[in-house]
Design a protein around this ligand. Structure first.
Ligand SMILES: [Zn+2]
Length: 615
């Protein structure tokens, strides 16, 4: 007999100071929003108006038209007019109102009424962000009769970003990702008002960018022996690379979405694929194979060999031709010093340059590369290991081992990007996962949302060096088809941390808005992670399922706080239309319980499968 007890809804308290709930379900949350009565309807005859004197505005209008077409099937006409005036029945893009002194540098206002929709911005970039807001607000009215209309609620929004650097890293070194996938990733960044793709292009396990002067980098370095769980893509090899044409295409695509692509060319470590292509660049010059195992590899570029610096300058020269980004990432992380300690050339370099240890040799290496980049008008960014042995004079530091690197760099007047493993490492699981390495633990959505990129012990002046944040998806355990699952929905939390004012942070409100946002992600085909339900026995997490106290109360908890738990007791896999869990129950006989959380759009968690046996 199953005794029914009223369900307890486990709610969580906010981790950070809570702002007022937002009146509208946007992600990231805008600086200010006020809802009004009614809505603006978009029909086949609704035009998009832009000023003909602003050619770049037309690009944003075309983007809006294309997205509207994709979503609604409507194809609004773009009308370039002069002078541009607000018109009823139209979507008007007013860009470049710099005369309004009260506007923030990247401000965009959305003024939607029954009669008209107006996007007013200071720059083309901020207009693009206003368009993203507009697209998130777009909704289908329940069809009245035959015709279904599209509408945007009447609303006044004032919006601008908190941080200038709102990024995501994509590691295409461990696993190659195809061009269409990278473009889709860029679209998803833009949809969340993120503006940096940090593209990790070289690794021990693969060199992914064509360098014309060194063809072996992609003939040899782009291919490794497939692992047991991988489908080979060339003979028994796995891999791939981007031609320079591919790279140009991706960079241009990103630019049209106001996303800057920062390439990362790893040095002096994480370069086994390059050393397999050109063994003479390592300390001992012996033949090496492109990496197949994950981890930190001892073979690194020889810091005593001039040919290494010539090679890297040649590589970077071609990279700079392809990427207009001011920041160029050179890695700098996880470089073991063992080979340098045993290498005559490296030891000779240390004596000649008066370097007291191998950390100073690494610093010498980075400084040389920085000098080269600076001479070409670019700025070097590296992981926080570049602080060891002395920081290069103009370097930007990306802090990943906590925020200590960010604090040290900001205190010495260097710019920083925050990506601590604790909140920003999106390769870590989102729920407890025994299959993942134990040291990873897990970062759930709430934890990601609680990230504070502004370390409290920095002064206001030092805080100005915090450019923003990046979420990192390292792909040892995430080939292309797994990336969505790892990145989402945590990207949404990091996007809000980077965009929205700290004063509006409110976990419960974010979680509520996300329920609407999951529908948008469903529509975009994003297979975000839904954590599995958890079994609670007499108010405590399930211990040994074979030893449940007699008459224990069994409850299923949904840590996602969205969707519904569906369960079966007959051993079958729970489906969308399996019974919905509503009540806790008393365990009075052995049961096989299978359960999964299902979202209305069809996305769902893995199912749990537990045999519960009372003592
Ligand atoms: Zn050496």
């Amino acid at each position: 007999m199953v005794r029914l007890i009223a369900i307890l809804i486990v709610t969580s308290s906010g981790l950070v100071a809570a702002g007022q709930p937002s009146p509208v379900d946007l992600v990231p949350r805008p600086v200010h929003a006020e809802l009004h009565d009614g809505s603006f309807e978009i029909g086949p005859a609704t035009p998009i108006l832009v000023a003909s004197s602003l050619p770049e505005a037309r690009g944003v209008a075309e983007y809006l038209r294309d997205q509207l077409k994709k979503r609604t099937g409507l194809s609004p006409a773009i009308k370039s007019v002069e002078p541009l005036a607000v018109s009823d029945g139209a979507i008007t893009l007013m860009i470049g109102l710099r005369s309004e002194a009260r506007m923030e540098a990247l401000q965009c206002d959305l003024l939607v009424r029954r009669e008209r929709a107006l996007i007013v911005s200071s720059t083309t970039e901020s207009a693009f962000h206003g368009v993203q807001t507009f697209l998130q607000l777009l909704d289908r009215k329940s069809p009245q009769g035959a015709a279904a209309n599209w509408h945007v609620p009447s609303i006044s929004i004032r919006d601008f970003p908190r941080y200038p650097h709102r990024g995501m890293l994509l590691d295409c070194g461990r696993h190659f990702m195809d061009k269409a996938f990278v473009k889709r990733y860029i679209d998803l960044l833009a949809f969340h008002k993120m503006n940096v793709l940090h593209w990790h292009l070289t690794e021990d396990q693969g060199w992914r960018i064509e360098i014309r002067k060194y063809p072996k980098l992609t003939e040899i370095g782009a291919w490794r022996k497939a692992r047991d769980d991988e489908k080979p893509t060339r003979g028994d090899l796995y891999g791939g690379f981007y031609t320079q044409e591919d790279v140009r295409e991706i960079v241009a695509y990103a630019k049209s979405r106001f996303v800057i692509v920062i390439p990362e060319i790893e040095m002096p470590g994480h370069c086994l694929a390059a050393l397999a292509s050109y063994p003479e660049l390592s300390c001992n010059g012996t033949p090496l194979a492109v990496g197949r195992e994950w981890g930190v590899i001892e073979d690194v570029y020889c810091a005593g060999n001039e040919r290494v610096f010539e090679f890297l300058q040649d590589v970077l020269s071609e990279v700079l031709e392809l990427f207009p980004s001011e920041l160029i990432h050179i890695g700098g992380d996880e470089c073991p010093k063992k080979r340098w300690q045993q290498c005559l050339k490296c030891q000779f370099r240390m004596r000649a340059e008066g370097l007291k240890d191998e950390h100073e040799l690494q610093s010498y290496f980075i400084r040389r590369v920085e000098k080269f980049l600076n001479s070409r008008g670019r700025r070097l960014v590296g992981w926080d290991e570049i602080l060891e042995g002395g920081l290069a004079p103009n370097a930007t530091v990306q802090s990943w081992r906590g925020l200590d690197g960010a604090i040290a760099a900001a205190r010495s007047g260097h710019d920083v990007i925050c990506s601590p493993t604790s909140h920003c490492y999106l390769d870590y699981p989102q729920e407890p996962n025994p299959a993942a390495p134990e040291w990873m633990g897990f970062i759930d959505l709430k934890k990601a949302y609680s990230f504070v990129p502004a370390p409290p012990d920095l002064t206001a002046e030092q805080l100005r060096h915090v450019l923003g944040l990046e979420g990192n998806i390292w792909t040892e355990r995430a080939p292309q088809e797994r990336v969505d699952h790892q990145v989402f929905p945590r990207l949404c939390a990091l996007a809000e941390v980077a965009w929205s004012p700290a004063s509006t942070r409110n976990w419960e409100d974010f979680e509520r808005r996300m329920r609407t946002h999951y529908r948008r992600l469903d529509e975009l085909g994003v297979t975000y992670c839904v954590p599995a339900p958890r079994v609670v026995v007499d108010g405590k997490p399930l211990g040994d399922p074979a030893a449940i106290p007699a008459s224990a109360e069994i409850m299923l908890e949904n840590p996602f706080h969205a969707g519904e738990i569906r369960f079966t007791l007959d051993g079958s896999e729970p489906e969308k239309d399996s019974p919905a869990y509503a009540r806790s129950f008393e365990l009075d006989r052995p049961l096989r319980l299978r359960a999964a959380t299902w979202l209305p759009g069809g996305n769902h968690s893995d199912s749990i499968d537990i045999r519960l046996t009372p003592k």
